[in-house]
Design a protein around this ligand. Structure first.
Ligand SMILES: [Zn+2]
Length: 96
């Protein structure tokens, strides 16, 4: 489905479905920020309130964790958004 990290291919290699009308735009970033933000903030606060670690330790856990979760989730969420656009028939240039 993807030619690079996030760039969608022109069409499906198996069935020829054109991916261009399935433009996800900013929705994958929005959903990724929402999911990762909830995990990071609740994790930070849970550790802070129970173990009271120093700030440098919290930052050394959550900054690379945030980066890893964001980069790991983004392609999957983009694929899910493109699938949702396809299945809902809400494609570009089409009245829903
Ligand atoms: Zn296909």
């Amino acid at each position: 489905m993807f030619a690079g990290y996030l760039a969608a291919k022109q069409s499906c290699e198996s069935c020829g479905l054109a991916f261009e009308p399935l433009r996800a735009d900013d929705a994958p970033a929005y959903f990724t920020i929402s999911i990762v933000g909830h995990i990071v903030v609740s994790g930070y606060l849970a550790i802070e309130s129970t173990m009271h670690p120093p700030v440098w330790l919290q930052l050394s856990i959550w900054m690379p964790g945030t980066l890893a979760m964001t980069l790991g989730l983004l392609p999957f969420i983009k694929g899910a958004v493109m699938g949702a656009i396809f299945s809902s028939q809400a494609r570009r240039g089409r009245a829903v």
